[in-house]
Design a protein. Structure first.
Length: 350
DNA sequence: TCCATTTGACCTAT
DNA sequence: ATAGGTCAAATGGA
């Protein structure tokens, strides 16, 4: 009875969150295609409505306790803000000191937590699935009971941008190729939102280079094939040779998306939605040819979570997967190029 | 009190 | 110089 209501509540929050994210995407697209003050204002109001609805919903559930503000600026991901920044009304003057103290003491509890199991191919060695599109800094590794090699990571920009996302990577005892990653909190930093992406690691740079080469080759091949098929006037072959869509579909097939992500058809729709998404980061594109695979997502089923945590996961996950949209990220990723290539492709390789 | 988690200083690689 | 890993110690939850 109560659980049914809770479930409906969560679904409602989930739907609202998705709606808000869609609105963010729309704003992003509009901003890129035809920047208009009036449109932006309108979308701002839509987003504001979503935000208020979520505030009401979340507030009403935590009877009397304002759960929404609980994690404070230390973990602002829990209070959804349109621009992703900590809510101004939460940055409350004289209570800041108290909040900071509470944040420190409750930090472990407050952060939403969810777990993914990731298998890595042997070609990746046993380094673990370290690249999920975000920049992490390892801050600890220690043998604990029931887990041999748990590594603790936090966001590189924790101090710089007050981003409290963290993750714990733990290798499975049964299968060393399987890593269990426990995420805590969602990224509030703009590392994936920057117009200028953060410097890539050597591995990333190599991956980018390989991808660029691959795409250059495919692009050349496509140009040749186009000429050939034009000569043959065989129009039916061409769609199968349009590499960007074919190439991208490999990624989709190699990923089992989280439930919420599967429901979110935009993952397969607007290209920009894919860009920079943790689930489809550049490493994952590359891993389409390897076997980096998201096995399972236990967000809403994780028994560790309190009710409020689940809501945070839902909203947090949504904001995580969609965060690049709100922040207008443009990583150089030729895979995402439109099949028609309206760009000067050479610009990517010079 | 135990143990998982985090901190912070130090070290290493780039 | 800077970023990131290591590890002993501190902290916090149960």
């Amino acid at each position: 009875m109560e659980s049914t209501r809770t479930w409906e509540h969560q679904m409602l929050i989930n739907e609202l969150t998705q709606g808000m994210e869609k609105a963010k995407q729309l704003r992003f697209h509009l901003c890129m295609t035809s920047p208009s003050k009036a449109q932006d204002l309108l979308l701002q109001k839509i987003l504001s409505s979503y935000e208020k609805a979520l505030l009401i919903l979340k507030g009403s559930r935590s009877t009397g306790q304002v759960q929404l503000a609980a994690p404070t600026s230390g973990a602002p991901e829990s209070s959804i803000s349109v621009d992703g920044s900590p809510r101004s009304d939460e940055l409350n003057k004289n209570s800041r000191e108290h909040q900071e103290h509470r944040e420190t003491s409750k930090k472990r509890k407050m952060l939403p937590t969810w777990t993914e199991q990731v298998s890595v191919a042997s070609e990746n060695g046993f380094e673990g699935p370290t690249d999920d599109g975000y920049s992490w800094r390892k801050y600890g590794q220690k043998d604990i009971l029931g887990a041999k090699y748990p590594s603790y990571y936090r966001c590189t920009y924790r101090h710089v941008q007050n981003c409290w996302a963290a993750k714990q990577v733990q290798r499975s005892d049964d299968d060393p190729t399987i890593f269990e990653i426990t995420y805590k909190g969602t990224h509030t930093c703009t590392q994936s939102n920057n117009a200028v992406p953060p410097p890539a690691s050597p591995e990333k740079q190599e991956l980018n280079y390989k991808l660029q080469q691959q795409n250059q080759m495919l692009f050349d091949l496509r140009a040749k094939l186009k000429v050939d098929t034009e000569g043959l006037e065989n129009k039916e072959i061409q769609p199968h040779l349009s590499f960007p869509s074919t190439f991208a579909s490999v990624n989709f097939e190699n990923h089992i998306f989280p439930t919420s992500a599967v429901a979110d058809d935009s993952h397969f729709g607007a290209n920009s939605h894919l860009i920079g998404s943790p689930a489809l980061s550049e490493s994952n594109y590359f891993s389409a040819s390897s076997t980096y695979q998201m096995k399972r997502f236990r967000g809403a089923h994780n028994l560790q979570h309190s009710e409020s945590d689940i809501a945070e996961i839902i909203s947090g996950h949504a904001s995580t997967t969609n965060s690049p949209i709100g922040g207008m990220e443009f990583p150089i990723d030729p895979v995402e190029l439109d099949p028609n290539f309206p760009f000067n492709i050479q610009g990517f390789f010079t």
